[in-house]
Design a protein. Structure first.
Length: 94
C-alpha cells in the first residue's frame, strides 16, 4: 500500500461494493435468503470497523513486524473476506 489514506479508501470502496451488491441482491430476490444477506452486510461493516481501528493503531502489531508488512497482511485478510462474501452471494443465486 502506498499510504494509510489510500489503504482506508480501498477498504471503504470494497466494503461499499459488497454492501451495494448485497442490497441489489435483496431488491432483485425479495424474501429469499434475506437473513443470510443481512449477515453478510453486518460482517462486512464489522470487518471494516475493526480493520480501520487496527490501521489507526499500528502499535498493536506483533513485535518485530514492520508497519508495511502489518498493513499488507491486514489488507490481504480483508480481500479474502471480500472474496468470500462475493462467493457466498454468487452461491445464493444458483
Amino acid at each position: 500500500m502506498a499510504s494509510v489514506k489510500n489503504l482506508k479508501k480501498d477498504i471503504n470502496f470494497l466494503t461499499d461494493e459488497v454492501v451495494g451488491t448485497c442490497l441489489m441482491h435483496q431488491y432483485a430476490n425479495k424474501n429469499e435468503n434475506q437473513q443470510k444477506v443481512d449477515q453478510i452486510i453486518e460482517e462486512m461493516l464489522d470487518s471494516r470497523e475493526e480493520l480501520i481501528t487496527q490501521i489507526n493503531h499500528p502499535e498493536s502489531r506483533p513485535q518485530g513486524k514492520s508497519v508495511k508488512a502489518y498493513y499488507n497482511e491486514l489488507f490481504e485478510g480483508f480481500l479474502e473476506k471480500v472474496n468470500a462474501s462475493f462467493d457466498t452471494l454468487g452461491n445464493m443465486e444458483e
